[in-house]
Design a protein around this ligand. Structure first.
Ligand code: EPZ
Length: 429
């Protein structure tokens, strides 16, 4: 199993290209099930989660073709991939494929919409929380689907097709919003989704669906209206830049010090997190081609944060921010409100010398703590990168094991950091 070795002490200077967003690419790929035509996605990142989803989609009968590099794409790292669900030959998504990645459950929406039936394995819990699927089931049932849970599968059918409805999510869910929105594109009549997630990835998916012929208004607000159409067609769509990767590298510069251009990053996608970094004493400049992040000389100030659905501070940056706060000159409080078990990095950061006390969903970080390199274990995707970040300022060598978690969501992490002067290398075993 690979590990990542970080030797602390180097500042970061240079340019880091921001990849296409994992959490936009996944639902966009799933949207290919809604049409028999080609859906060409540009700037799809090289990630283990993308590969897992390709396996799920090909099992349903989707063909995919990776386009070769074009002159216009010089310097671009992501791939352009054409997906074609000409004929869906299998409406079952089996456990052995779905269990690798929770988002694969989301195929249930497009399969029900286009094929009027789907049998999709329940994804099960995961390290960061129980993560139920009740909102998916409830919203699809509101559109007329009949769904039974049998032997670990959601077995769904909608004879005659889905029907438009007005539905209010009892809790904001990104995944359930993606799925209900995709399903409603081919339902008969109008659907209104209230208390919908407002994340930029929902807007990106809506933009792509509209380009495919869907009639959607209100994406990015908490009420999305979808007027069902008979069929969708193909299109070409560029995946938006990854705001979590952007925030992660901004925090890496903040912790290590330095001056880095996050190329292609878009500030409005993570304004709240950037504002928090400014409060912490980091300099941020919006440029034409990205975001410049600087911390030179002065120390880091403590800032309290609470994770919230967009446009609040993202849960996917909570672990990284905690790593940063271990170096703040004072005490900060971090409250997690999205997932009930997303503090597993606390114990690992403590192995490096961080002083963090946990009280339910609240962590109090006592900074500044001089960190010392150690062997630590990645527990989930964002927790793993927080350990790499802590390693950038730890004295000596930090080895992060179980990096398959990192490979799920960070494209070329060690190359991007090393190119800016960090001593980060992958040890293959
Ligand atoms: C998406 O997960 C992201 N994943 C997550 O990123 C992210 O942390 C999360 O949104 C919150 O922003 C992808 O986009 C692929 P939710 P999702 O449904 O859609 C509860 C990462 O590191 N809930 O918005 O699964 C749920 O348990 C990942 O890239 C229900 O109760 O998250 C949670 O407490 C991790 N019932 C809350 O809603 C349901 O039916 C928000 O989860 C569905 C969700």
């Amino acid at each position: 199993m690979d590990s990542i070795k970080v030797t602390g002490g180097n500042r970061l200077n240079g340019t880091i290209p921001i990849s296409g967003a994992k959490n936009a690419a996944l639902p966009l790929m799933i949207a290919s099930l809604l049409t028999a035509d080609d859906l060409v996605l540009e700037n799809v990142p090289h990630l283990a989660d993308v590969e897992s989803l390709i396996r799920i989609l090909t099992n349903h009968g989707v063909d995919y073709r990776v386009e070769g590099k074009r002159p216009a794409h010089a310097g671009q790292q992501g791939r352009n991939i054409a997906f074609r669900a000409g004929e869906i030959v299998d409406t079952t998504a089996p456990y052995e494929l779905v269990s690798r990645m929770r988002a694969s459950f989301w195929v249930i929406g497009p399969l029900l919409a286009r094929m009027h039936k789907a049998k999709v394995s329940l994804p099960g819990g995961c390290a960061i929380g129980t993560r139920p699927v009740d909102l998916f089931i409830e919203s699809l049932e509101a559109m007329g689907a009949r769904i039974a849970i049998e032997n670990g599968y959601a077995v769904a059918e909608a004879p005659g097709g889905l029907k438009g409805t007005e539905y209010t999510f009892s809790k904001v869910s990104v995944g359930a919003t993606h799925v209900a929105m995709m399903a409603a594109t081919l339902a008969k009549g109008k659907t209104v989704l209230n208390n919908a997630a407002r994340e930029p990835e929902v807007v990106d998916l809506a933009n792509c669906l509209v380009a495919m012929g869907a009639k959607i208004t209100g994406a990015g607000t908490s009420a999305i209206t979808i007027e069902g159409v008979d069929a969708l067609h193909g299109t070409r769509h560029r995946v938006l830049p990854d705001r979590i990767e952007t925030g992660t590298y901004a925090m890496a510069v903040a912790i290590a010090g330095g001056d880095v251009l996050l190329k292609d990053a878009q500030a409005p996608l993570l304004q709240n997190a950037l504002d928090v970094l400014v409060q912490a004493g980091v300099e941020i400049e919006q440029k034409n081609d990205g975001i410049r992040v600087m911390r030179n000389g002065h120390g880091i100030k403590p800032v309290d944060v609470t994770t919230e659905p967009f446009p609040g501070f993202p849960t996917d940056l909570q672990a990284q921010f905690m790593a940063l706060m271990t170096q703040a000159e004072g005490t900060s409080t971090i409250r997690e409100t999205i997932f009930e078990n997303r503090f597993m990095h606390v114990q690992e950061l403590a192995r490096l010398g961080a002083r963090i006390t946990l009280n339910g969903q609240e962590a109090t970080v006592h900074g500044p703590s001089p960190l010392k390199g150690a062997e630590v274990m990645a527990t989930d995707l964002r927790a793993s990168v927080s350990l790499v970040m802590a390693g950038l300022v730890a004295d000596g060598e930090t080895t992060v094991t179980r990096v398959y978690h990192l490979d799920r969501g960070f494209e070329h992490l060690e190359q991007k950091l090393s190119a800016c002067g960090a001593a980060v290398e992958r040890i293959s075993s």
